[in-house]
Ligand binder design. Structure first.
Ligand SMILES: CC(C)(COP(=O)(O)OP(=O)(O)OC[C@H]1O[C@@H](n2cnc3c(N)ncnc32)[C@H](O)[C@@H]1OP(=O)(O)O)[C@@H](O)C(=O)NCCC(=O)NCCS
Length: 278
């Protein structure tokens, strides 16, 4: 068991490898690009002991929507059950309050045990699904550069915030692809971006479930492993995941720190950008 008291810090880019190591230790899918984005665009609180970061929690503001995402809540195994996550999330909540933003997050089952006592309430359930690499893939269509603007707009309607800075960052990553399927009534789109364990498909937002399924089918033509976080209420989409060889891995709960707050249009949100982004 670890003994000395860890020191509070705010992480900078010099802590990139420590932050990535915490995500790897938890078996998560983030890459260096994800950790860098949080260090640049958000605030990452931490605890340091023996020259390394042993715990973290981040706040990523979506100022335009009036809310901020609490994420990367990670405590090294030997430092757990000492109140570090509770203290670090408390620091995120204080900052959100100062910025006038409502805190939101996607919780793992362990995380939900920390957030409930801090006043978070459940909005809806999501599930992580993964598909292993496939031997022979259909020919993959090239990404759709014009689809990015349509996706930023669709995501903005779904989430209630312009997340252009985030989606443009995803789309600029090596091998990332933007997929857009237009329909008469609108359409849906998503970004498939590289992850440490598998490519992450999301956010997937748009006008209807049929268009969302068309986007999923296009993405599933890729040969590599794919990770998605689907909103559980979309049964047609989950049927399509099963048909395309995905397997359900673990549940998440979307939780909000202010019960009366309403954001975006849940009828337009199909796959999250990832639990760390919402
Ligand atoms: C979840 C996690 C961040 C908790 O960190 P932590 O520093 O141990 O949490 P705290 O000490 O602040 O826990 C506060 C309370 O939450 C509850 N709790 C925390 N972890 C729990 C667990 N694994 N099982 C049951 N209750 C738990 C307990 O009530 C605990 O109080 P107690 O120790 O006095 O009983 C840590 O286990 C972790 O890093 N897990 C892997 C990554 C992860 O799932 N992160 C959450 C992302 S949403």
């Amino acid at each position: 068991m670890a003994s000395t008291e860890p020191t509070p810090i705010v992480l900078g880019e010099e802590h990139l490898s420590d932050l990535l190591a915490l995500t790897v230790g938890a078996g998560w899918n983030q890459t260096e690009d994800d950790c860098r984005l949080f260090l640049r665009q958000g605030t990452v609180f931490g605890r340091q002991a023996d020259g390394r970061v042993v715990a973290s929690a981040a706040l990523l503001p979506y100022r335009d929507g009036g809310f901020a995402w609490v994420s990367l809540v990670l405590v090294a195994p030997e430092w757990r059950r000492r109140g570090l996550a509770t203290a670090l999330v408390g620091e995120c909540l204080d900052l959100a309050r100062r910025l006038g933003l409502v805190p939101l997050l996607d919780a793992t089952p362990d995380g939900a045990k920390v957030y409930g006592p801090l006043g978070f309430e459940t909005m809806f359930a999501l599930s992580r699904w993964t598909r292993p690499p496939v031997g022979t893939a259909a020919e993959v269509e090239p990404g759709d550069p014009t689809g990015l603007a349509a996706l930023i707009e669709a995501d903005g309607l779904a989430m209630g915030a312009d997340r252009g800075f985030l989606l443009r960052d995803f789309a600029s990553r090596p091998t990332a692809r933007t997929i857009w399927c237009g329909t008469h009534g609108g359409g849906a789109g998503a970004i498939l971006r590289p992850g440490r364990l598998g490519s992450h498909l999301g956010p997937l937002a748009g006008s209807d479930e049929a268009a969302a399924i068309a986007v999923l089918e296009k993405a599933a033509a890729s040969a590599g492993s794919i990770v998605v976080d689907v909103v559980d209420r979309w049964t047609g989409l989950t049927d399509a995941l099963v048909r395309l060889g995905f397997r359900q891995q673990r549940p998440f709960l979307r939780m909000v720190g202010s019960p009366d707050a309403v954001f975006g249009d849940p009828d337009r949100l199909f796959l999250a950008a990832g639990p760390e982004y919402g």
